[in-house]
Design a protein. Structure first.
Lengths: 182, 169
């Protein structure tokens, strides 16, 4: 009987130790998942050089201008969104550095049109184009697109992305400001 | 824009000097004799000469002229408008960024970004004001005088931010 009681006590002790260990582990796991993300404000940039004019490049610029014009003329928001999406879908010719800026302008305007109620779509358009791992052209269009991404992220409750995007937009505008300063 | 303007100014000055030198050499040596009255065929003004000291003096004069051209470029109203527009956008985004940072008071990353943005906002507004003052003193039409936020559109899609500069802590 005494041996049985000892065995039972040991089993209970082991069970208690295992329970405490598991609880601690679960608690640590929960703590890790609730740790908040920090903003990523890295900004890689490059200057866009004037490209050699080509018929193909000119045609692209005209097509983008027409997309903006259709968006201006659109009667409702869905038509405006469609016009801007069509503009973004136009294949940019190779070796046209300015195309990058034109695409950012289109994306920023599309994002602004989608906000505030379609923030997720705006983010889906802008986030891949503005990833911190990607180099952005030093231009007002980059700053505008980053600001719009910040607005979209804020509307979705992603504070880290919003703060990071705003900070990157400010850094981009500082670079533009330095270029202008006497 | 400014770099291009300066480059254009330098090129213009060199071109002017080059053309003048060319015209001078094509016309043959022109010497102004001291004390003599210039005739219709003779150049007016002071002889500049080609000695090292005279060339130095001519270079200094050109440098002064270049400074004047630079000053004109610096007080271009469009430059001021762009500076003030950027200041407005920077300060607008600073407000949004610091509003988010307020919700993450314990996170240094947010706080540092907010602090940095406030400093950038202040500097951008100072540049805007300095540019407008420079415009006003040069007599050009100051198109960007006054509060930056009243003149420029914010970059973001949200309503224009308040014109008050973000206060540094």
């Amino acid at each position: 009987v005494s041996a049985l009681a000892k065995l039972a006590r040991r089993v209970l002790l082991v069970a208690a130790v295992v329970t405490v260990s598991l609880s601690a582990s679960a608690c640590q796991e929960e703590h890790a998942t609730t740790e908040e993300a920090s903003p990523d404000a890295r900004l890689l940039t490059h200057a866009v050089m004037d490209s050699t004019p080509t018929a193909e490049g000119l045609e692209y610029v005209r097509s983008v201008a027409q997309a903006h014009q259709r968006a201006d003329d659109a009667g409702d928001r869905s038509a405006k969104v469609k016009a801007l999406e069509d503009g973004l879908a136009i294949q940019a010719p190779a070796n046209l550095g300015e195309a990058e800026i034109l695409r950012l302008e289109l994306a920023a305007r599309l994002g602004e049109t989608l906000l505030p109620d379609r923030a997720r779509e705006a983010r889906q358009v802008l986030a891949p184009m503005l990833s911190p791992d990607r180099s952005l052209p030093i231009d007002r269009a980059s700053a505008q697109a980053l600001g719009t991404l910040g607005d979209a992220a804020l509307a979705e409750g992603d504070d880290a992305l919003a703060a990071g995007s705003y900070a990157r937009a400010i850094r981009m505008m500082n670079m533009l400001r330095e270029e202008l300063k006497p | 824009v400014r770099t291009t303007t300066k480059l254009a100014a330098v090129l213009a000055l060199f071109a002017t000097v080059g053309i003048a030198g060319c015209a001078k050499s094509m016309a043959g040596p022109a010497v102004v004799s001291p004390g003599s009255e210039p005739t219709a065929d003779e150049p007016e003004g002071l002889a500049e000469g080609d000695s090292a000291a005279e060339l130095d003096a001519r270079k200094d004069k050109l440098v002064e002229q270049l400074k004047d051209v630079e000053q004109m470029a610096d007080t271009d109203p469009q430059v001021c408008e762009d500076l003030c527009s950027l200041a407005t956008s920077i300060c607008g985004m600073t407000l949004k960024l610091c509003s988010i940072a307020d919700d993450h008071a314990g996170n240094d990353d947010y706080q540092n970004l907010c602090r940095e943005a406030k400093r950038d906002c202040r500097e951008a507004q100072e540049d805007c004001v300095a540019c407008a003052e420079s415009l006003a003193s040069s007599g050009a039409s100051a198109t960007c005088e006054g509060a930056p936020a009243e003149k420029a559109e914010p970059v973001s899609s949200e309503p224009a931010p308040a014109s008050e500069p973000a206060k540094d802590e």
